[in-house]
Design a protein around this ligand. Structure first.
Ligand code: HEC
Length: 109
């Protein structure tokens, strides 16, 4: 077992059909969800609702960069003066919203 360790082992046991080359990416995704602090829930959902609903309705990925609808402003720039995040927290929230945006756009496929 490589560096992802216990999570990969559990995943392999729980999903025996999961191809070996999917183990690492799926483990990484689960690990990201487990280790991302619940910043959005604590600091943003009061006004924006769930991250999934917000990402679906208000965010777009443009060339891999997360931007707001309809302004087209980069979310990373916008959050420098919106939402009351510390500078170090902005990339965490942007990463997690980017993942959420990708997840909601592949739903139902
Ligand atoms: C007090 C309520 C409130 C909180 C808390 C809040 N927002 Fe907002 N947010 C708004 C409102 C209202 C708008 C729309 C106003 C505008 O477009 O200027 C907005 C707009 C946005 C936009 C869209 C910008 C665009 O391009 O049009 C993004 C992205 C965003 N918020 C992210 C966040 C994130 C991430 C957090 C948490 C760190 C957060 N907001 C916290 C009220 C809030």
């Amino acid at each position: 077992m490589k560096k992802l360790g216990v999570l990969s082992v559990l995943l392999a046991l729980a999903s025996p059909g999961l191809a070996d080359d999917l183990l690492a990416p799926v483990s990484a995704m689960l690990m990201a969800q487990v280790t991302t602090p619940p910043l959005f829930r604590e600091r943003c959902s009061g006004c924006h609702g769930s991250a999934a609903a917000f990402a679906r309705k208000s965010l777009t990925l443009r060339d891999g960069v997360l931007v707001g609808n309809p302004s087209g402003r980069k979310v990373a720039d916008y959050l420098a003066s919106h939402g009351g995040l510390a500078p170090g927290e902005v990339p965490i929230v942007v990463d997690s919203l980017t993942r959420t945006r990708i997840e909601v756009s592949t739903e139902g496929k």
